[in-house]
Design a protein around this ligand. Structure first.
Ligand SMILES: *[C@@H]1O[C@H](CO)[C@@H](O)[C@H](O)[C@H]1NC(C)=O
Ligand SMILES: *[C@@H]1O[C@H](CO)[C@@H](O)[C@H](O)[C@H]1NC(C)=O
Ligand SMILES: *[C@@H]1O[C@H](CO)[C@@H](O)[C@H](O)[C@H]1NC(C)=O
Ligand SMILES: *[C@@H]1O[C@H](CO)[C@@H](O)[C@H](O)[C@H]1NC(C)=O
Ligand SMILES: *[C@@H]1O[C@H](CO)[C@@H](O)[C@H](O)[C@H]1NC(C)=O
Length: 306
């Protein structure tokens, strides 16, 4: 954050009250830790993450997830981590909830607490590429966080380190009519901390890469036949396709805006937009730098994207 360029008027202090139930909390924590130890004895697992209830319902309705009969779940920090198998592979599954805060919190917790080989995150996303359409599946190779902004008045000077710039006045209708007081936006890189880097030193990161090994596995799925119809009366006009290796964007923005969709495609070359892929930034507490999450998105998310 270019702090010197801002006019800091407020100091925001967030205080958290510590509840007076410390002893009950610590009893629960010990119970949870014992359960986690128990679960990890049966690991390693593949981590599975969805975002919203609709995605979870579809996943459960597919019948592919068979819950562990003896130890079906643990509730941690308000989320339910479920254990079971999918086609004979041991999995731990969680629904994280919408937005980047939820995605990162749930993924970091999964990565830190459970014996995980890798994470598959699947759900719906918005389409920003005209060659893709509703029902297509994308498995991106790189993901950019496009919601980390510095936002200036029309006269403000953007930081030269910004990776892209959005001039809001460029979108005036009719074109060039007067000053647009919304000014302009600079896209900043992520401050990325990782187990592979030096402790307490952030790297600047725009593109989070998906593990090459997992992408190679995913590329075997290309060409697979996807369903075209929900039922006898509801069909897509074309058979959907699965594409591996495009770029994706993520931010806390639900996008239903054709102009911004085109901006993202032109500036970042991204083919999808979602609100939870920030969890790809979570790296394992492990020496294996290849362990990272991968995301499957089915397009589009509700009416996201035009
Ligand atoms: C848009 O999607 C198509 C696949 O449908 C892909 O071939 C093309 O490379 C994508 N464009 C960009 C800029 O990624
Ligand atoms: C931008 O600069 C001009 C010329 O100095 C000034 O008249 C105008 O009020 C400024 N606009 C904003 C939004 O600060
Ligand atoms: C700018 O917009 C105003 C208000 O809509 C309109 O009256 C004016 O004719 C426009 N000027 C130009 C140059 O388009
Ligand atoms: C991600 O992959 C690209 C291209 O394969 C590479 O140039 C870049 O250095 C990688 N980034 C990181 C952070 O590993
Ligand atoms: C097909 O599915 C849609 C959406 O779920 C539903 O509204 C419609 O009634 C279904 N039609 C038939 C014939 O089952």
């Amino acid at each position: 954050m270019a702090a010197t360029q801002l006019k800091p008027c407020l100091v925001l202090l967030l205080t958290f009250s510590v509840l007076a139930f410390a002893s009950a909390i610590s009893r629960n924590r010990i119970k949870s830790l014992n359960q986690i130890r128990e679960v990890n004895r049966k690991g390693p697992y593949i981590g599975l993450i969805t975002v919203i209830a609709t995605e979870e319902d579809a996943f459960f309705a597919s019948g592919s997830f068979k819950p562990d009969p003896k130890f079906p779940f643990i509730d941690l920090s308000g989320r339910r981590f479920r254990f079971g198998v999918v086609r004979g592979r041991k999995v731990v599954y969680v629904r994280c909830g919408e937005g980047m805060t939820n995605a990162v919190a749930a993924t970091q917790q999964m990565a830190d607490l459970f014996d995980i080989k890798g994470i598959i995150h699947f759900g719906i996303a918005g389409n920003t590429n005209n060659s893709m359409s509703i029902g297509d599946v994308t498995i991106p190779n790189q993901i950019a966080h496009t919601g980390l902004w510095e936002w200036f008045n029309t006269n403000g000077t953007l930081d030269s380190a910004d990776v892209a710039q959005l001039e809001i006045g460029d979108y005036n209708v009719p074109k060039g009519n007067g000053t647009n007081l919304l000014g302009h936006i600079g896209y900043m890189e992520e401050e990325y901390y990782s187990v592979a880097g030096e402790p307490n030193v952030a790297e600047s990161l725009l593109w989070a890469n998906i593990s090459l090994q997992w992408l190679q596995l995913a590329s075997n799925l290309e060409g697979m036949k996807l369903e075209q119809c929900v039922n006898s009366s509801l069909c897509l006009t074309e058979r959907p396709k699965l594409v591996v290796g495009l770029r994706a964007s993520t931010s806390n923005i639900f996008l239903d805006n054709a102009a911004y969709r085109d901006f993202l495609f032109q500036k970042f070359g991204v083919s999808s937009a979602d609100m939870e892929s920030a969890d790809k930034l979570v790296k394992w507490v492990s020496s294996d730098s290849n362990k990272r999450a991968i995301r499957f998105s089915r397009k589009p998310r509700r009416r996201q994207c035009c």
